[in-house]
Unconditional design. Structure first.
Length: 159
């Protein structure tokens, strides 16, 4: 999720989160479809990079904007956490450093429904969604490689 609305909320979000209070923000982007939809409201909670688990939907800063993407990988380099993030509706992922992380989504409200992500089925579903995201990344890479192989083969051996 990257929007002008999220950018406008950034100073307010930082102030509230660093004070230890949860913050509710509307979803406006489409990078997390179908899981998060424009119009959903998410509750954000302060969380350090080291406390995030694979599958958590983290909130981080990117070019003075707020972004909400799933954590699909995590590693330590030179004493610092690097986190691999991916929007569920995107074909690529990227690595961010721990200073960019603000927190994580703890609840989603859609209409009359409220999903608490720190209990129940979400404790199991979010890590599975992260695994699925990684599988999709590898399948895109394999499909691209096969396509290029076929094109090169056709150029060399085709009529």
């Amino acid at each position: 999720m990257e929007t002008a609305e999220a950018r406008a909320h950034l100073p307010e979000v930082l102030k509230i989160l660093t004070g230890g209070q949860p913050f509710t923000l509307p979803v406006a982007g489409t990078s997390m479809l179908p899981w998060l939809r424009p119009g959903d409201e998410v509750s954000l909670q302060l969380a350090a990079a080291e406390a995030l688990k694979i599958g958590d939907v983290m909130v981080f800063r990117l070019c003075q904007q707020l972004v909400m993407h799933r954590l699909i990988g995590k590693k330590r380099r030179h004493g610092q956490w690097l986190l691999c993030e991916k929007g569920d509706n995107l074909r690529t992922c990227s690595w961010i450093n721990e200073e960019q992380v603000l927190g994580k989504i703890t609840a989603v409200r859609r209409g009359d429904s409220l999903w608490r992500l720190d209990s129940g089925r979400w404790l199991y579903l979010n890590p599975l969604l992260a695994v699925w995201a990684r599988i999709k990344l590898h399948s895109y890479a394999m499909a691209r490689a096969l396509y290029h192989f076929a094109c090169n083969f056709w150029r060399k051996h085709g009529k």
